[in-house]
Design a protein around this ligand. Structure first.
Ligand code: G5P
Ligand code: MG
Length: 230
């Protein structure tokens, strides 16, 4: 089905909380929705060995955030290239903004285009359950498709379902780096949520599996679409 009204959705959530997983389910459900994952964009830059990619690789493998100025420029360029900076497009941003500074910069770009974010959802998953997921995660970098050896394994072990290309491990999916990413997330979350709470667009869905979270997320979106509440 298609969304009637434009949806400009941000997904907030700890590493491994299922932002990518929920995004792909929403894309399957709503045919006029698009998505952009900041982590996927960065990994594509790293694979291409671009200047930004080489710089970002150091931050990522150490579980640190890439500097705000780099991220803002990268994402703005991408939004412009994809032609999403208008009042009609529907999109999900997964993993951006990650800091209040990024959120403020994004808002400055969106206001003149009449395309401000109209829904922010925090995926609230117990942080004790997500480490295991990360250790069993395998990814297909060119597409951003994500697998988990237990939860959603590839049809052929260690091969992407669509292209058959080999899957790889992310450099930051180790127990040590994961803890740093989690600490960083917990540090930035408060100010980021406050920013969107003040704008009246913040929601939270809780659950310890993506299967329990997805129906709640979908309901939020459908209710908004029905209410013509943009
Ligand atoms: P990323 O790439 O944005 P994170 O750390 O925010 O990385 P991540 O790890 O990609 O988030 P996710 O997307 O929330 O997690 O989770 P996912 O991939 O869908 O699910 C995790 C695993 O669990 C998968 O294997 C999935 O199949 C499985 N799974 C899902 N649901 C379930 C379930 O219910 N049960 C089970 N058992 N398994 C499940 O960012 C990476 C780095 O890039 C930089 C930073 O350095 C960051 O650390 N970066 C930025 N830096 C600055 N500013 C930004 N805006 C940045 N964006 C990225
Ligand atoms: Mg992800």
């Amino acid at each position: 089905m298609s969304l009637v009204l434009p949806l400009r959705l941000l997904l907030l959530g700890a590493p491994g909380s299922g932002k990518g997983t929920q995004t792909s389910r929403l894309l399957k459900r709503f045919s006029n929705l698009h998505s952009l994952s900041s982590g996927d964009i960065l990994r594509a830059q790293i694979a291409a060995k671009s200047e930004v990619g080489n710089k970002a690789a150091e931050f990522i493998k150490n579980g640190k955030l890439v500097p705000d100025s780099t991220m803002v420029e990268l994402i703005n360029t991408e939004l412009e290239l994809r032609g999403w900076l208008n009042e009609a497009s529907s999109w999900i941003l997964d993993g951006f903004p990650r800091t209040r500074t990024q959120a403020e910069a994004l808002r400055k770009v969106l206001i003149p285009r009449k395309a401000t974010v109209n829904m922010v959802v925090e995926l609230d998953v117990d942080q004790n359950v997500i480490l295991e997921r990360i250790e069993a995660r395998w990814v297909h970098v060119p597409s951003g498709r994500v697998y988990n050896l237990d939860y959603n394994p590839p049809k052929v072990p260690f091969k992407d379902d669509i292209t058959g290309e080999p899957l790889t491990k992310r450099s930051d999916d180790t127990a040590e780096v994961f803890q740093k990413r989690l600490d960083q997330y917990n540090l930035e979350l408060g100010p980021l949520k406050e920013f969107y709470r003040d704008l009246g667009v913040l929601h939270r869905v809780s659950g310890n599996t993506s299967d329990t979270i997805y129906p709640k997320l979908e309901r939020l979106i459908l209710e908004k679409d029905k209410k013509n509440d943009i």
